[in-house]
Design a protein around this ligand. Structure first.
Ligand SMILES: Cc1ncc(COP(=O)(O)O)c(C=O)c1O
Length: 408
């Protein structure tokens, strides 16, 4: 086996990253502060939204966003019902956080080539479940592929539904010339180690609605009263205290909402900030790798379907579908790749039919999500990250060309 394995993701700590963490350490403040504010501004600017709020993971970003939609829903006509439409083919956090926040997932089928939910399937689900029972739509831009956001937003506006884009895998992906994450009422991103932009464990919520982001700031800190983007207490003033001069309460310890602690640390956001500065280069390198692999592996079709290439996609990884025409199945291919040092993962599995935690929904969805069920059992992904060398990429090509895909 090759000594160097080819991972799904990698994060190489260079001088910039060491310096960034060093600066935080010598500042004597490692919890959230000025660096986190800088990250939030830089990331909002990169995506193109009015603001961003950092949290400690993408899963937390989802939970905080769902909890925020719960509390602001009534004033916006959202949250009439409890059901939220989303993709069955996603990392399970999309659905888990929804359930934890008190919503009920409604899964609709995905496009077989680009793995994302379609406006037609969303419309059908609204018709089937009744618009009054639906609170929102959570399109997941899986592997960086964009959901068709214009018609999805039209549907949402028509029925007064919130839209939370799960862009955990799509930092910098474009849809009609604008970054994903700018279309919905809010969007979430993950900065987990294997993602397009990494920091270890971290997440962010972006939005163009400052009042929503203020609620997010409260919700991520046990629902506390403080909601300023920059704390002015060190300057002797605080809007919450100034508004209630006779009160002896400290707004940091007064709580409007029932929530949890989802705050992050300057130590981590400092790392994320270095990566935002490199985002365009990361995007370009991943895109070139996907294009190159597609050109070199074209002969594997139709046994293996390659990912559609678009220069607008910021690729989380290199997804492949092992079709029934292949002489060996996904399990065998995954094992062969692993033996040759190429790390790989199944494409998550279709939640209601393949995730044990959602067993209670299995019979209700039997036969209803054919594309997600097929991809959940036939698709896998390998890395296409920015640290792969040309030798690594050619090694991947050579190993794939040796796979025994054709029947004798
Ligand atoms: C689509 C999607 N949503 C949410 C998450 C959760 O992010 P995190 O792992 O940072 O909690 C992930 C993580 O892989 C993801 O892929």
């Amino acid at each position: 086996m090759r000594k160097k394995t080819i991972g799904i993701g990698d994060f190489q700590i260079g001088d910039d990253e060491i310096q960034a963490v060093h600066n935080v350490l010598v500042s004597q403040r490692i919890t959230e502060g000025i660096v986190t504010r800088k990250f939030e501004q830089a990331f909002a600017k990169y995506i193109g939204t009015q603001g961003a709020v950092a949290v400690n993971s993408g899963s937390s970003a989802l939970l905080v966003a769902y909890l925020t939609f719960q509390v602001c829903g009534k004033s916006k006509k959202w949250v009439k019902g409890k059901k939220v439409i989303t993709s069955p083919l996603t990392y399970v956090a999309t659905a888990n956080a929804m359930v934890l926040a008190g919503f009920e997932p409604v899964f609709v089928d995905v496009d077989p080539k680009r793995f994302v939910i379609t406006p037609e399937n969303i419309e059908r689900a609204i018709h089937e479940h009744g618009a009054d029972n639906i609170a929102g739509i959570v399109p997941v831009h899986l592997m960086g592929y964009a959901c068709d956001m214009d018609p999805i937003m039209d549907i949402a506006r028509k029925h007064d539904l919130f839209v939370l884009e799960d862009a955990a895998q799509a930092h910098g992906s474009l849809y009609k010339g604008k970054c994903l994450g700018t279309y919905g009422d809010a969007a979430i991103f993950s900065f987990y180690i294997a993602h397009n932009i990494q920091a270890g464990e971290m997440g962010a919520i972006v939005s163009n609605d400052q009042s929503f982001l203020k609620l997010v700031k409260q919700m991520k800190a046990n629902g506390r009263l403080c909601d300023c983007f920059v704390c002015t207490r060190s300057k002797g003033t605080c809007p919450n205290v100034d508004a209630n001069p006779d009160s002896d309460n400290d707004p940091r310890f007064m709580h409007r909402f029932i929530s949890g602690n989802f705050k992050t640390m300057d130590l981590v956001t400092a790392l994320a900030l270095t990566q935002v500065g490199k985002a365009d280069a990361i995007f370009k390198k991943r895109s070139e790798t996907v294009k190159y692999l597609n050109e070199k592996l074209a002969s594997l079709e139709p046994m293996i379907s390659l990912p559609p290439y678009s220069p607008e996609v910021s690729y989380l990884a290199y997804p492949l579908v092992v079709n029934d025409s292949s002489a060996i199945n996904r399990k065998a291919i995954r094992r062969l790749l692993e033996e040759q040092g190429i790390e790989n993962r199944p494409l998550f599995g279709s939640i209601p039919s393949q995730q044990p935690a959602y067993e209670y929904l299995k019979s209700a969805y039997a036969g209803k999500l054919p594309n997600a069920d097929y991809l959940g059992t036939h698709a896998l992904y390998i890395g296409c990250h920015q640290y792969l060398t040309q030798e690594d990429i050619d090694y991947i090509v050579a190993i794939f060309k040796k796979l025994p895909l054709t029947r004798k």
